[in-house]
Design a binder for this molecule. Structure first.
Ligand code: KG4
Ligand code: ZN
Length: 350
């Protein structure tokens, strides 16, 4: 079964083809029309998806050396994300499905991120798995008990961690999205120079909070500027200190969830999935190696090329679920909010 995947949840227009032999090819167009506004402008994003998707689809068919008629099914991101952008991808998916007379599936973008580390080999998944999803829109800690069986253990009460990276990057005079740029600055800095908080959520230790951290950075920068000591090295040190605070906050919840499971169940976590745009962060990856050694747990993290938004993960989830017989009615509408905890379970080919 050859599945065409379409991703348009935010500002990446992406397509991919996934088949029984694995990923055939993928294309990602990152919209740059938003840079000058310092954030994604929903109206521009929808228009860009509309103009880029036909070109991308034509390209991917050529690149994969197949014909449009060879496509057996369509998987499109139906949420969560920007509604206007989702409508464009959804309409493309449903239209191609009607013209080719092939089935289609509405895919949850966060399930795409979650399962992206298994694109190469889904048979490596051994449940229960602990999962940390870190993107621009979400910070989620999940217990994965099987395919499609996801229980939310923790989530951010305010900013998502990627959003905190982007907002802090702006404070450091970097462009949008600034997560990657901030991490480059951090490489030149001392992560112990500034004593930034590791916010906790009262009575909900597995939930996250990042907005206070970002505000703390703002006040610290204002103080340094006032004192006339906001030098280039201070920017590097602030980036490094912020990055470390985020990484430690994220991993504290992972350690806590792993230890809680060890105390309360014989069925301990065998693996930890970390995925979403922020999983490209190298400091996070280094700290995960330490966690893996300390807790004797396997880390599943996507390749750098598919950490941020892409359609390979959407085509893959589509392939998994449609191989199990799942289909979506063409009447189903996209949704800006779609809780991954409400996913339905499915069986995979042994
Ligand atoms: O998963 P993603 O592409 O989009 C959403 O689903 O939201 O994640 C994008 C987020 C942005 O906030 C971006 O700044 C962040 O991932 N990001 C990073 C890095 N690369 C991307 N954050 C920290 N370090 C990075 N290397
Ligand atoms: Zn994403």
């Amino acid at each position: 079964m050859l599945v065409l995947g379409i991703e348009t949840s935010c500002d990446e227009s992406a397509v991919a083809i996934y088949g029984d032999e694995g990923l055939l090819s993928q294309k990602i167009f990152t919209q740059n029309s938003h840079t000058k506004y310092g954030g994604v402008v929903p109206e521009l994003a929808s228009r860009d998806h509309l103009s880029k998707l036909p070109i991308l689809i034509e390209d991917i068919i050529k690149q994969s050396n197949i014909k449009m008629a060879d496509i057996d099914a369509i998987a499109y991101t139906a949420g969560p994300g920007l509604l206007g952008s989702l409508v464009v991808g959804t309409m493309f998916g449903k239209t191609i499905s009607s013209i080719l007379k092939v089935p289609s599936l509405a895919v949850n973008h966060m399930e795409g991120h979650l399962l992206s580390p298994f694109i190469e080999d889904y048979k490596k998944a051994q449940f229960p798995i602990l999962a940390l999803l870190v993107s621009g829109g979400h910070t989620l800690l999940l217990e994965v008990n099987g395919w499609g069986e996801y229980a939310v253990l923790g989530e951010s009460m305010d900013d998502a961690v990627g959003e905190a990276f982007d907002k802090t990057a702006k404070l450091l005079d970097l462009g949008y999205p600034g997560g990657h740029e901030l991490s480059k600055l951090a490489q030149k800095g001392n992560p112990f120079r500034f004593d930034l908080p590791r916010p906790v959520v009262k009575k909900q230790p597995l939930n996250f909070s990042f907005s206070g951290l970002k505000t703390h950075v703002l006040y610290e920068i204002m103080r340094l500027k006032k004192e006339g000591i906001w030098y280039e090295q201070s920017r590097f040190d602030m980036a490094a200190s912020f990055e470390l605070a985020c990484v430690e906050s994220l991993l504290k919840r992972c350690y806590d969830a792993i230890e809680k499971k060890e105390k309360t169940s014989n069925n301990i976590y065998k693996s930890l999935i970390v995925s979403g745009g922020v999983s490209a962060n190298m400091t996070l990856r280094r700290h995960l190696d330490i966690l893996s050694d300390k807790k004797n747990i396997d880390i599943f993290i996507p390749e750098l090329s598919i950490c941020t938004d892409n359609a390979a993960m959407i085509a893959f989830v589509g392939w998994l679920r449609m191989s199990a017989g799942e289909r979506t009615d063409n009447q189903v509408a996209p949704r800006a909010r779609w809780d991954i905890g409400t996913s339905t379970k499915f069986a995979v080919k042994p």
